[in-house]
Write a protein that binds this ligand. Structure first.
Ligand code: AMP
Ligand code: MG
Length: 347
Protein backbone atom coordinates (compact mmCIF):
# COMPACT_ATOMS: atom_id res chain seq x y z
CA UNK A 1 0.00 0.00 0.00
CA UNK A 2 1.22 3.47 -0.86
CA UNK A 3 2.23 5.53 2.19
CA UNK A 4 -0.28 8.09 3.44
CA UNK A 5 0.17 11.69 2.16
CA UNK A 6 2.23 10.42 -0.73
CA UNK A 7 -0.21 10.79 -3.59
CA UNK A 8 -0.08 13.53 -6.14
CA UNK A 9 -3.85 14.03 -5.87
CA UNK A 10 -5.38 14.68 -9.31
CA UNK A 11 -8.58 16.71 -9.70
CA UNK A 12 -10.23 15.69 -12.97
CA UNK A 13 -13.32 16.96 -14.77
CA UNK A 14 -16.43 14.81 -14.71
CA UNK A 15 -16.12 13.27 -18.18
CA UNK A 16 -16.10 9.70 -19.50
CA UNK A 17 -12.31 9.46 -19.56
CA UNK A 18 -11.92 10.54 -15.91
CA UNK A 19 -14.76 8.25 -14.84
CA UNK A 20 -13.01 5.34 -16.58
CA UNK A 21 -9.80 6.17 -14.69
CA UNK A 22 -11.73 6.40 -11.41
CA UNK A 23 -13.41 3.05 -12.10
CA UNK A 24 -10.02 1.40 -12.77
CA UNK A 25 -8.65 2.74 -9.45
CA UNK A 26 -11.73 1.48 -7.59
CA UNK A 27 -11.40 -1.97 -9.18
CA UNK A 28 -7.73 -2.01 -8.14
CA UNK A 29 -8.70 -1.44 -4.48
CA UNK A 30 -7.96 2.30 -4.30
CA UNK A 31 -10.12 5.18 -3.03
CA UNK A 32 -11.53 8.01 -5.18
CA UNK A 33 -13.22 11.33 -4.33
CA UNK A 34 -16.48 11.98 -6.18
CA UNK A 35 -19.43 14.38 -6.21
CA UNK A 36 -22.97 13.45 -5.24
CA UNK A 37 -26.08 15.61 -4.93
CA UNK A 38 -25.53 15.79 -1.14
CA UNK A 39 -21.78 16.30 -0.52
CA UNK A 40 -18.51 14.96 -1.97
CA UNK A 41 -17.76 11.39 -0.94
CA UNK A 42 -14.66 9.19 -0.63
CA UNK A 43 -15.44 5.89 -2.34
CA UNK A 44 -14.03 2.36 -2.26
CA UNK A 45 -15.21 -1.11 -3.33
CA UNK A 46 -17.69 -2.05 -0.57
CA UNK A 47 -16.73 -5.75 -0.86
CA UNK A 48 -12.99 -5.12 -0.35
CA UNK A 49 -11.97 -4.87 3.32
CA UNK A 50 -8.50 -3.51 2.49
CA UNK A 51 -9.89 -0.81 0.19
CA UNK A 52 -12.45 0.20 2.84
CA UNK A 53 -9.66 0.43 5.44
CA UNK A 54 -8.04 3.11 3.23
CA UNK A 55 -11.15 5.29 3.61
CA UNK A 56 -10.91 5.19 7.41
CA UNK A 57 -7.18 5.93 7.22
CA UNK A 58 -7.46 8.84 4.77
CA UNK A 59 -10.25 10.48 6.81
CA UNK A 60 -8.99 9.60 10.29
CA UNK A 61 -12.49 8.21 10.85
CA UNK A 62 -13.26 6.25 14.06
CA UNK A 63 -13.53 2.52 13.24
CA UNK A 64 -16.92 2.19 14.93
CA UNK A 65 -18.64 4.64 12.55
CA UNK A 66 -20.16 2.60 9.69
CA UNK A 67 -20.15 3.60 6.00
CA UNK A 68 -23.04 4.03 3.57
CA UNK A 69 -22.99 1.80 0.47
CA UNK A 70 -23.93 3.50 -2.83
CA UNK A 71 -25.75 1.73 -5.66
CA UNK A 72 -26.89 2.85 -9.12
CA UNK A 73 -29.78 0.48 -9.82
CA UNK A 74 -32.35 -1.37 -7.74
CA UNK A 75 -30.83 -4.67 -8.95
CA UNK A 76 -27.68 -3.82 -6.98
CA UNK A 77 -29.64 -3.85 -3.70
CA UNK A 78 -30.43 -7.53 -3.16
CA UNK A 79 -26.83 -8.87 -2.86
CA UNK A 80 -26.16 -6.29 -0.13
CA UNK A 81 -29.07 -6.96 2.23
CA UNK A 82 -30.66 -10.07 3.75
CA UNK A 83 -34.19 -8.81 3.13
CA UNK A 84 -36.01 -5.87 1.58
CA UNK A 85 -39.08 -5.04 3.70
CA UNK A 86 -42.22 -3.89 1.84
CA UNK A 87 -41.88 -0.41 3.36
CA UNK A 88 -38.31 -0.13 2.01
CA UNK A 89 -39.61 -0.91 -1.49
CA UNK A 90 -42.22 1.84 -1.13
CA UNK A 91 -39.65 4.36 0.11
CA UNK A 92 -37.22 3.43 -2.67
CA UNK A 93 -39.94 3.99 -5.22
CA UNK A 94 -40.79 7.39 -3.74
CA UNK A 95 -37.31 8.80 -3.05
CA UNK A 96 -34.61 6.91 -4.99
CA UNK A 97 -32.50 8.00 -6.73
CA UNK A 98 -32.05 10.77 -4.17
CA UNK A 99 -30.62 11.89 -0.82
CA UNK A 100 -32.09 9.10 1.36
CA UNK A 101 -30.12 6.31 3.07
CA UNK A 102 -32.04 3.28 4.34
CA UNK A 103 -30.60 1.14 7.15
CA UNK A 104 -31.47 -2.49 6.33
CA UNK A 105 -30.37 -5.93 7.60
CA UNK A 106 -27.04 -6.66 5.89
CA UNK A 107 -26.06 -9.71 3.83
CA UNK A 108 -22.93 -11.76 4.55
CA UNK A 109 -21.17 -10.07 1.65
CA UNK A 110 -20.88 -6.76 3.54
CA UNK A 111 -17.60 -6.82 5.45
CA UNK A 112 -17.55 -5.79 9.12
CA UNK A 113 -15.30 -2.88 8.16
CA UNK A 114 -18.24 -1.30 6.29
CA UNK A 115 -20.96 -1.97 8.88
CA UNK A 116 -18.61 -1.38 11.86
CA UNK A 117 -19.68 -4.76 13.17
CA UNK A 118 -23.43 -3.94 13.11
CA UNK A 119 -25.93 -6.41 11.62
CA UNK A 120 -27.26 -3.66 9.36
CA UNK A 121 -25.99 -1.64 6.41
CA UNK A 122 -26.91 1.82 5.13
CA UNK A 123 -27.78 1.89 1.40
CA UNK A 124 -28.20 4.91 -0.85
CA UNK A 125 -28.97 5.32 -4.54
CA UNK A 126 -27.69 8.81 -5.42
CA UNK A 127 -29.29 10.95 -8.12
CA UNK A 128 -26.04 12.68 -9.14
CA UNK A 129 -25.21 11.66 -12.69
CA UNK A 130 -21.46 11.54 -12.06
CA UNK A 131 -21.94 9.35 -8.98
CA UNK A 132 -24.18 6.96 -10.87
CA UNK A 133 -21.81 6.76 -13.83
CA UNK A 134 -18.89 5.99 -11.53
CA UNK A 135 -20.78 3.18 -9.77
CA UNK A 136 -21.88 1.69 -13.09
CA UNK A 137 -18.43 2.04 -14.70
CA UNK A 138 -16.75 0.27 -11.77
CA UNK A 139 -19.52 -2.34 -11.60
CA UNK A 140 -19.20 -2.18 -7.81
CA UNK A 141 -21.29 -1.06 -4.86
CA UNK A 142 -19.26 1.81 -3.40
CA UNK A 143 -18.82 2.36 0.33
CA UNK A 144 -18.46 6.11 0.77
CA UNK A 145 -18.57 8.53 3.68
CA UNK A 146 -18.29 12.29 3.22
CA UNK A 147 -14.90 13.21 1.76
CA UNK A 148 -13.67 15.46 4.60
CA UNK A 149 -11.15 14.79 7.34
CA UNK A 150 -13.11 13.42 10.28
CA UNK A 151 -14.62 16.26 12.33
CA UNK A 152 -14.35 18.86 9.55
CA UNK A 153 -17.35 20.24 7.63
CA UNK A 154 -18.33 17.96 4.73
CA UNK A 155 -17.01 19.09 1.31
CA UNK A 156 -19.52 20.61 -1.10
CA UNK A 157 -16.91 21.42 -3.79
CA UNK A 158 -13.87 19.59 -5.19
CA UNK A 159 -11.70 22.41 -3.76
CA UNK A 160 -13.01 21.70 -0.23
CA UNK A 161 -12.20 18.03 -0.67
CA UNK A 162 -8.73 18.73 -2.06
CA UNK A 163 -8.06 20.96 0.95
CA UNK A 164 -8.67 18.02 3.31
CA UNK A 165 -7.43 15.12 1.17
CA UNK A 166 -4.49 16.54 -0.81
CA UNK A 167 -1.74 13.91 -0.86
CA UNK A 168 -3.90 11.35 0.93
CA UNK A 169 -5.84 9.97 -2.08
CA UNK A 170 -5.06 9.51 -5.80
CA UNK A 171 -8.00 11.31 -7.42
CA UNK A 172 -11.03 13.55 -7.04
CA UNK A 173 -13.66 13.89 -9.78
CA UNK A 174 -14.85 17.52 -9.92
CA UNK A 175 -18.59 17.74 -10.56
CA UNK A 176 -19.02 21.35 -9.41
CA UNK A 177 -21.04 22.43 -6.36
CA UNK A 178 -23.30 19.88 -4.69
CA UNK A 179 -26.99 20.58 -5.22
CA UNK A 180 -28.26 19.86 -1.67
CA UNK A 181 -25.13 20.70 0.33
CA UNK A 182 -25.89 18.49 3.37
CA UNK A 183 -25.47 14.72 3.79
CA UNK A 184 -28.33 12.29 3.09
CA UNK A 185 -31.32 11.64 5.31
CA UNK A 186 -30.60 8.41 7.27
CA UNK A 187 -33.58 6.27 8.28
CA UNK A 188 -33.90 2.94 10.05
CA UNK A 189 -36.67 1.04 8.28
CA UNK A 190 -39.11 -0.81 10.58
CA UNK A 191 -42.10 -2.87 9.37
CA UNK A 192 -44.65 -0.05 9.68
CA UNK A 193 -42.63 3.15 10.21
CA UNK A 194 -39.17 4.67 10.03
CA UNK A 195 -36.88 6.17 12.64
CA UNK A 196 -35.03 9.29 11.52
CA UNK A 197 -31.39 9.04 12.56
CA UNK A 198 -30.04 11.96 10.53
CA UNK A 199 -32.20 14.62 8.82
CA UNK A 200 -31.36 15.62 5.23
CA UNK A 201 -32.77 16.49 1.82
CA UNK A 202 -35.61 13.96 2.05
CA UNK A 203 -37.48 15.74 4.84
CA UNK A 204 -39.68 14.45 7.68
CA UNK A 205 -42.64 16.03 5.89
CA UNK A 206 -41.82 14.06 2.71
CA UNK A 207 -41.34 10.76 4.58
CA UNK A 208 -44.65 11.28 6.41
CA UNK A 209 -46.41 11.13 3.05
CA UNK A 210 -45.40 7.44 3.00
CA UNK A 211 -45.38 6.27 6.65
CA UNK A 212 -45.16 7.43 10.29
CA UNK A 213 -41.77 8.88 11.28
CA UNK A 214 -40.12 8.73 14.73
CA UNK A 215 -37.38 11.31 15.19
CA UNK A 216 -34.47 9.81 17.14
CA UNK A 217 -33.46 11.73 20.26
CA UNK A 218 -29.94 12.19 18.84
CA UNK A 219 -31.22 14.42 16.02
CA UNK A 220 -31.67 17.43 18.30
CA UNK A 221 -29.86 16.42 21.49
CA UNK A 222 -26.28 15.73 22.50
CA UNK A 223 -25.36 12.07 22.89
CA UNK A 224 -22.96 11.00 25.68
CA UNK A 225 -19.67 9.58 24.29
CA UNK A 226 -20.30 6.19 25.97
CA UNK A 227 -24.02 6.00 25.05
CA UNK A 228 -25.37 3.16 22.91
CA UNK A 229 -26.87 4.93 19.89
CA UNK A 230 -28.79 3.79 16.83
CA UNK A 231 -26.35 5.59 14.55
CA UNK A 232 -22.73 5.76 15.76
CA UNK A 233 -22.09 8.96 13.76
CA UNK A 234 -24.36 10.83 16.19
CA UNK A 235 -21.87 10.85 19.01
CA UNK A 236 -18.92 12.41 17.24
CA UNK A 237 -17.98 16.08 17.04
CA UNK A 238 -18.79 17.09 13.51
CA UNK A 239 -18.86 19.80 10.92
CA UNK A 240 -16.78 22.08 13.12
CA UNK A 241 -14.52 24.91 11.97
CA UNK A 242 -11.65 26.02 14.23
CA UNK A 243 -13.77 28.97 15.42
CA UNK A 244 -16.18 28.59 18.33
CA UNK A 245 -19.68 28.53 16.83
CA UNK A 246 -22.77 29.68 18.79
CA UNK A 247 -26.39 29.45 17.65
CA UNK A 248 -28.37 32.57 18.59
CA UNK A 249 -32.15 32.35 18.94
CA UNK A 250 -34.28 35.48 18.97
CA UNK A 251 -35.36 38.41 16.81
CA UNK A 252 -33.04 40.38 14.51
CA UNK A 253 -33.08 43.51 16.78
CA UNK A 254 -32.15 41.31 19.77
CA UNK A 255 -29.36 39.71 17.68
CA UNK A 256 -28.03 43.14 16.66
CA UNK A 257 -27.95 44.29 20.30
CA UNK A 258 -26.21 41.07 21.37
CA UNK A 259 -23.57 41.49 18.65
CA UNK A 260 -22.81 45.03 19.93
CA UNK A 261 -21.68 43.36 23.17
CA UNK A 262 -19.73 40.61 21.39
CA UNK A 263 -17.95 42.75 18.76
CA UNK A 264 -14.16 42.39 18.72
CA UNK A 265 -11.46 41.18 16.31
CA UNK A 266 -12.11 37.69 14.98
CA UNK A 267 -15.87 37.76 15.66
CA UNK A 268 -18.18 37.05 12.71
CA UNK A 269 -21.94 36.70 12.25
CA UNK A 270 -23.88 34.38 9.95
CA UNK A 271 -27.17 36.15 9.17
CA UNK A 272 -29.94 35.98 6.60
CA UNK A 273 -29.52 37.92 3.36
CA UNK A 274 -30.21 41.61 3.82
CA UNK A 275 -29.73 41.52 7.63
CA UNK A 276 -26.04 42.49 7.46
CA UNK A 277 -26.79 46.23 7.69
CA UNK A 278 -25.77 47.92 10.93
CA UNK A 279 -24.02 44.86 12.38
CA UNK A 280 -20.82 45.81 14.24
CA UNK A 281 -18.97 42.68 12.97
CA UNK A 282 -18.35 41.24 9.47
CA UNK A 283 -21.36 39.24 8.30
CA UNK A 284 -21.53 36.07 6.20
CA UNK A 285 -24.86 35.89 4.34
CA UNK A 286 -26.63 32.60 5.08
CA UNK A 287 -29.39 32.74 2.41
CA UNK A 288 -32.90 34.18 2.59
CA UNK A 289 -34.75 33.87 5.89
CA UNK A 290 -37.41 31.15 5.69
CA UNK A 291 -35.61 29.45 2.76
CA UNK A 292 -33.87 26.55 4.53
CA UNK A 293 -32.66 25.08 1.23
CA UNK A 294 -30.45 28.21 0.92
CA UNK A 295 -28.98 27.56 4.37
CA UNK A 296 -28.42 23.87 3.50
CA UNK A 297 -26.60 24.80 0.30
CA UNK A 298 -24.34 27.37 2.00
CA UNK A 299 -23.72 26.00 5.50
CA UNK A 300 -20.57 23.90 4.98
CA UNK A 301 -18.98 26.40 2.59
CA UNK A 302 -19.53 29.17 5.17
CA UNK A 303 -18.11 27.09 8.01
CA UNK A 304 -14.98 26.51 5.91
CA UNK A 305 -14.83 30.25 5.06
CA UNK A 306 -14.72 30.96 8.79
CA UNK A 307 -11.42 29.07 8.92
CA UNK A 308 -10.07 30.88 5.82
CA UNK A 309 -10.91 34.20 7.51
CA UNK A 310 -9.25 33.16 10.76
CA UNK A 311 -12.50 33.61 12.68
CA UNK A 312 -12.28 33.01 16.43
CA UNK A 313 -16.00 33.17 17.20
CA UNK A 314 -19.02 32.88 14.91
CA UNK A 315 -22.57 33.73 15.98
CA UNK A 316 -25.25 32.20 13.76
CA UNK A 317 -28.88 33.25 13.60
CA UNK A 318 -30.98 30.18 14.23
CA UNK A 319 -32.60 28.93 11.00
CA UNK A 320 -36.19 27.83 10.44
CA UNK A 321 -36.44 24.12 11.40
CA UNK A 322 -39.12 23.05 8.92
CA UNK A 323 -38.33 20.99 5.81
CA UNK A 324 -34.59 20.70 5.24
CA UNK A 325 -34.20 23.32 7.98
CA UNK A 326 -34.21 20.46 10.51
CA UNK A 327 -31.08 19.09 8.80
CA UNK A 328 -29.43 22.54 8.81
CA UNK A 329 -30.20 22.91 12.53
CA UNK A 330 -28.94 19.36 13.27
CA UNK A 331 -25.55 20.10 11.60
CA UNK A 332 -25.30 23.53 13.24
CA UNK A 333 -25.94 22.02 16.68
CA UNK A 334 -22.92 19.77 16.18
CA UNK A 335 -20.75 22.50 14.65
CA UNK A 336 -21.65 24.57 17.73
CA UNK A 337 -21.10 21.66 20.17
CA UNK A 338 -24.72 22.40 21.27
CA UNK A 339 -23.87 25.99 22.36
CA UNK A 340 -27.13 27.98 22.09
CA UNK A 341 -27.91 31.51 23.32
CA UNK A 342 -31.59 32.40 23.70
CA UNK A 343 -32.24 36.15 23.56
CA UNK A 344 -35.32 37.89 25.00
CA UNK A 345 -36.91 40.76 23.12
CA UNK A 346 -36.84 44.09 24.97
CA UNK A 347 -40.18 45.21 26.39
P1 AMP B 1 -21.14 9.90 6.46
O1 AMP B 1 -20.57 8.68 5.86
O2 AMP B 1 -20.12 10.86 6.90
O3 AMP B 1 -22.21 10.52 5.63
O4 AMP B 1 -21.89 9.32 7.72
C1 AMP B 1 -22.75 8.21 7.59
C2 AMP B 1 -23.76 8.23 8.70
O5 AMP B 1 -24.64 7.11 8.55
C3 AMP B 1 -23.11 8.14 10.06
O6 AMP B 1 -23.80 8.98 10.95
C4 AMP B 1 -23.29 6.68 10.40
O7 AMP B 1 -23.27 6.46 11.78
C5 AMP B 1 -24.63 6.36 9.75
N1 AMP B 1 -24.74 4.93 9.42
C6 AMP B 1 -24.12 4.27 8.42
N2 AMP B 1 -24.42 2.96 8.46
C7 AMP B 1 -25.24 2.77 9.52
C8 AMP B 1 -25.89 1.64 10.11
N3 AMP B 1 -25.74 0.42 9.61
N4 AMP B 1 -26.66 1.84 11.20
C9 AMP B 1 -26.82 3.08 11.71
N5 AMP B 1 -26.23 4.18 11.21
C10 AMP B 1 -25.44 4.05 10.14
MG1 MG C 1 -19.33 12.62 7.37
Amino acid sequence: MKAMENWNTKVLPSDDESIAQAAALLQAGEVVGFPTETVYGLAANAYDTKAVAKIFKAKGRPQDNPLIVHIASLDMLSPLVSEVPELAKKLAKAFWPGPMTMILPKSDRIPDAVSAGLSTVGIRYPSSETARKMILASGLPLAAPSGNLSGHPSPTTAAHMLHDMNGRIPMIIDGGECEVGLESTVILVKPDRVRLLRPGGITVEMLEEICPVEVDNGVLHAVAPDAKVASPGMKYRHYAPVAEVTIVEGSLPAFDRYMQQQARDGVYAMVFDGDEKGLPVPALPFGKEGHPEDQAYRLFDLLRKCDDLGAKKVFVRSPDQSGIGLAVYNRLLRAAAFRIVKLEDEE
